[in-house]
Design a protein around this ligand. Structure first.
Ligand code: 26Q
Length: 816
């Protein structure tokens, strides 16, 4: 621990000094915000010193580094994390205490950095934490969105989106680097020239140049030695004006183009798992990839000049889904057009640099850009993509002669309707490694999504099951449980999560069970207070806290959870003695603003909640809570308080899930389908310590093959029929019959695409098993402890070790 030696008195002195000299205030006048900024400044003294040492060490050792390209980073708040990773938490807490200030209050004032939608963005944040912790040379690259994911308000039960302005009062964690500005071309046309050697030269005459200004966020590894950087690009108008294009009659409104330049990094697209094909989104992707590649090449040239021969030894670029896939033709363009390399040599370099992680199988989420749009925005890149495709088609032809079917299936260009560029195909063809994010998902990537590519390059495909950083998702968010664990097995588990397994020997120990569940109860009390504050709903910590937190999507089946809640409600109304342990169902979820049914489901959850929570007949046995504005900092409060973790996606649809891991790590028991990483969680904890239900992937395929008909379930199961019909009445929306009917329609007329009705009965039975186990306090405590004890596999450190071993081939570089 580098900073652990810092005494409380030194920290206190530094905070006071920053209050005076950086913020121009003093101890008596300072408000919470000023205390936050002064504390950040004190922490930054340590952070920036280690950052400088890290950069110097990496430079002098000329280290190979991974460059993580991601359109999203869901960092959340940084103060608690940085304090824990620097080993300064306790001393800072005491220092502030002596100044009459509560650290928790200070931390609560920090806005979340919400530069992402969900799992994919949070995964990137966990991975850069692990990379720094493991002292691996790494840079994260992404976009410096002015507005992150929208803030969600609930008005009369419905989601309202409000802009997220996370930087209104400045962000003390970032450093602006105007010395590293990049200029990025867009639009325009391509000129073909012939060099004196007869070589064809392509020259792109852009119609617009935009500036990329980098902001660096230091990423502090646990232990505080290595501090890597997350570099996020902000777009700015450039003063450059292209007379070439102007004279060619292309651009009359140069000012409008400048406004466009500044728009690029304005806002994060709030869609996950749907691809809209919007021009600005393509430009965002190209913008950050082009800035980042220029940055990487500038750094490489500083050490190696124009000698490209060592580039592939120094640089690996990991593509976080296809969002940064345009980097592949961009690197080709730089090598062929700018460095004047011949095509084969350039392709050889490119395909040794990129690796691609797939995060979805959903067809609607696979990115495709129209050829027309690509030609308009990136005319040279389209040419390069065609060339890549032509050469690849020749290989396909050689392997499968006279087989136009397979050619059209594998082509980067989709034909038939409007011609489209398939970014997944481009990513597979241009990368040396392709991985899925859980065993089952990687198997489906190989067998269902890209079977022929797997046949051509069988060693290209691999799996790296996702993970989470235990520093944020246990140590920082659940301090009491962490201290209990320290007292039993020592305090190095945050770096060696497998050690948690030693807790297994206390699973049957009544004293330990009592301590473990006592902390769970304390966390539930704290969450109950938060729920009261946020919603005015009173919940009892003696009830089962049953939690489903994730983006709202039909495949994640929040509506299955809701149908079951309605069934419980109905059982209670029909039989007031219905035997169930009191249970609180808590939800956190944002819906994409344009996803009508997802918003309808949020509305339905809130309307059912209103009715249930105010119905004295349920006798406090059932409560439903929708917590608004789900985000990383809210997750940190909900997860430590969960008894049950709902992971109920249709089998085959959730690539991995990572909330499932966070909840189990904190002693929640999973109620889930055999999907994504749930399968591997079940393997780790054993079948007796997880509630599995529902159709498997094979059974799902069979159901569809046999002509799945949701009406069969509707007519066969009176409870299903009753709750669906209930949705159509005005029981939950007095005076507004049919306000919740779209959910029923999606499940019947529209065919129940995610098989909610097919899984309902088995889900209902699994819920009874949850209820039964909870009433056996000892058995529940044992299962909860076993869950925590067996989450070692899911540390993101293990994932990074696998990426290093299978894909990146990096060496740690010790920074002292
Ligand atoms: C694509 C095109 C245009 C606009 C937006 C998008 C877009 C943005 C975000 C598409 C997808 C996403 C995010 C996907 C995501 O979060 N996937 C999740 O990734 C996790 C980490 O691997 C997995 O655990 C989840 O299973 C997966 O759903």
């Amino acid at each position: 621990m580098v900073a652990a030696s810092l005494t409380k008195d030194k920290i206190k002195e530094s905070i006071v000094n920053h209050l005076h000299c950086t913020l121009g205030t003093d101890e008596n006048k300072a408000n919470n915000h000023a205390w936050w900024k002064a504390t950040c400044a004190a922490i930054n003294e340590q952070v920036l010193e280690q950052l400088r040492k890290t950069q110097k060490t990496h430079y002098f050792n000329d280290t190979r580094a991974v460059h993580y390209f991601s359109a999203e980073y869901l960092m959340g708040r940084l103060m608690s994390n940085n304090l824990h990773n620097l080993g300064m938490f306790d001393a800072t807490e005491q220092a502030l205490h002596e100044l009459g200030i509560n650290l928790t209050d200070v931390m609560e004032g920090e806005p979340d950095m919400a530069l992402g939608n969900g799992g994919l963005g949070r995964l990137a944040a966990c991975y850069i934490d692990s990379l720094a912790t493991m002292e691996l040379p790494a840079l994260g690259y992404g976009l410096h969105y002015e507005h992150g994911l929208f803030r969600q308000e609930i008005q009369n039960g419905a989601q309202i989106e409000r802009p997220d302005s996370w930087r209104d009062y400045g962000n003390p964690w970032e450093i602006c680097r105007p010395e590293s500005i990049q200029e990025i071309p867009l639009y325009g046309y391509v000129e073909t020239k012939y060099g004196h050697d007869g070589r064809i030269q392509k020259e792109w005459h852009p119609g617009l140049i935009v500036k990329g200004l980098p902001w660096d966020i230091p990423i502090v590894g646990y232990g505080g030695n290595t501090v890597n950087v997350l570099r996020l690009w902000e777009s700015q108008a450039s003063d450059y004006f292209n007379w070439d294009v102007f004279n060619a009659g292309g651009y009359l409104d140069a000012h409008a183009e400048n406004v466009k330049a500044e728009t690029i990094s304005k806002v994060l697209y709030p869609n996950d798992e749907t691809h809209a094909g919007k021009e600005l989104r393509l430009i965002q992707q190209y913008f950050f990839c082009a800035c980042s590649l220029k940055d990487i090449i500038r750094r490489y040239k500083r050490a190696h000049g124009d000698d490209w021969s060592r580039f592939v030894d120094q640089v690996v670029i990991q593509l976080n889904d296809t969002h940064p896939a345009i980097a592949i033709p961009e690197l080709m363009r730089i090598l062929v057009d700018r460095a004047e390399m011949d095509w084969d040599k350039a392709w050889n370099i490119t395909t040794k640099v990129f690796a691609y992680t797939n995060h979805t199988l959903l067809p609607e989420a696979l990115e495709k850009w129209s050829v027309r749009l690509m030609e308009h925005v990136l005319p040279r890149h389209l040419e390069i993509i065609y060339e890549i495709n032509q050469r690849f088609m020749d290989e396909v032809d050689a392997r499968w002669p006279n087989n136009p079917g397979i050619k059209s299936k594998l082509s980067i260009i989709e034909e038939g309707g409007e011609k489209m560029v398939r970014m997944g195909h481009l990513s597979v063809i241009g990368s040396y490694a392709v991985n899925g994010v859980a065993e089952i998902h990687s198997k489906l990537v190989k067998e269902d999504l890209f079977p022929e590519f797997n046949e051509i390059w069988p060693t290209k495909f691999t799996n790296v099951t996702n993970g989470i950083t235990p520093r944020r998702w246990l140590k920082a968010c659940n301090p009491e449980l962490s201290k209990l664990i320290d007292s039993k097995i020592g305090d190095d588990w945050p770096l060696h999560l497998d050690k948690l397994r030693e807790l297994g020997k206390y699973a049957d120990d009544p004293a330990f069970q009592e301590q473990f569940m006592g902390i769970k109860r304390q966390n539930k009390v704290a969450l109950a207070d938060e729920v009261m504050k946020l919603t005015g709903i009173e919940i009892s910590p003696d009830a089962i806290f049953d939690i489903q937190i994730k983006r709202l999507h039909e495949y994640k089946r929040q509506h299955l959870n809701l149908l079951h809640i309605m069934a419980l409600y109905k059982r209670l109304l029909e039989n007031p003695g219905y035997d169930m342990h009191p249970r609180v169902f808590l939800f956190g979820a944002k819906a994409a603003p344009g996803y009508k049914l997802a918003k309808d489901i949020i509305y339905a959850i809130n309307k059912v909640a209103e009715k249930v929570n105010n119905d004295t007949r349920v006798n406090h046995k059932l409560k439903v809570v929708f917590l608004p504005n789900y985000r990383v900092s809210l997750a940190e409060k909900m997860i430590p308080a969960a008894d049950v973790s709902q992971q109920i996606s249709t089998a085959g649809k959730e690539a991995s899930g990572t909330g499932n891991m966070k909840l189990a790590l904190n002693g929640a028991i999973t109620l889930g389908t055999l999907d994504g990483a749930n399968i591997e969680i079940a393997e780790e904890v054993g079948d007796e310590n997880i509630f599995i239900f529902g159709n498997t992937v094979e059974q799902v395929n069979e159901l569809w093959a046999n002509g799945y008909n949701p009406y069969d379930y509707y007519y066969k199961n009176p409870e299903i029929k009753a709750v669906l019909d209930w949705l159509e009445s005005d029981y939950f929306t007095p005076g507004k019959p049919g306000a919740l009917a779209s959910i029923k329609h999606s499940l019947l007329e529209h065919g129940d695409a995610y098989l909610a009705l097919a899984d309902f009965e088995s889900y209902s039975e699994a819920n009874k098993a949850v209820d039964k186990l909870y009433r056996d306090k000892k058995a529940w405590a044992k299962a909860a402890i076993i869950n925590t004890a067996n989450m070692g596999k899911f540390t993101s450190d293990r994932c990074i070790a696998e990426y290093v071993d299978k894909i990146w081939r990096l060496k740690p570089c010790n920074v002292d």
